[in-house]
Design a protein around this ligand. Sequence first.
Ligand SMILES: [Fe+2]
Ligand SMILES: [Fe+2]
Length: 303
Amino acid sequence: MEMNLKSPRFLRVNQYEIPVFNDEKKKVTVGCVGDFHISKITSEKQKAFLKRGFETVRPDVILVHGDLVDSPEYLEDEKIVRELEKELKICAGFAPTLITLGNHDQITSSGRRDLPKIPEGIVEKFEKIFERVNVKLLKDEWFEFKDLRVFGFLQGPECSRKNGKAAENYSEMERKIKKLFKDRKLETKPGKANWFFSHAPLQDLVYLKELRGFEVFSFGHMHGGCVPIGVDKVVDKIGWNGGIVSPHKGLLPKKQTRGIEILPNRARVVVNTGMVAISDVGPKALQYVNALKAAEVTGVIIC
Ligand SMILES: [Fe+2]
Ligand SMILES: [Fe+2]
């Protein structure tokens, strides 16, 4: 059973400015996208929106926040691999492109509803594709571009599987972050823009002392809380980031599912809503609303 996906009908481009350097000359623009969920329904529209979004944002670096395909078995399907390559080529044509993987890239559809099933060698399979189209998977490592430093935190099944149930396993994520910190892999540098990039939002883990040196966190996975087009403008204006319904979070999720939040230490958390709508989350009445969801390209200007 794959997710009930809908092609996006509209493109939303959100742009945020984050003052880190207070120096216009050091300005870097990061384009955030994700949740392509490439499957049999993927349309030409998604590619067109990706292109138009980047033409507007004009990114220096692109981050793709995982859930590239709807299920890892799709990597056996040549047509879907070609689709994925085409979308990643669009990204790489604009700027250096960094990738993280999501739950849908690593856990098979049946595994998502039952026990986790992770096909062997899946990360390596993705890497072969990435090499062909010149994009880079960040496996718990840094990437530097001028004064921007991006740390890609690669989540495994913990981004959607806890004790055999569909839920984010935050204690496992915390354990991994603490280990990376202990191994001195998470060292941030003052004076630079330190950016933490992953799939499922860390939620309260962004307050961990091990992550205090980061100025920006960015995620995907939440599908934007399925806020319909039109209402989204109001929602963004009042700064309500919870959304209407979200995977694993149910109705009116309290946690951030979209937009940007400012933490007490001034760090920002950006959640990209992705490139597809899902219509099997939440009550039937909302399924039509979900179908109206737009693809989002987020531009984050660090200056
Ligand atoms: Fe997703
Ligand atoms: Fe996800």
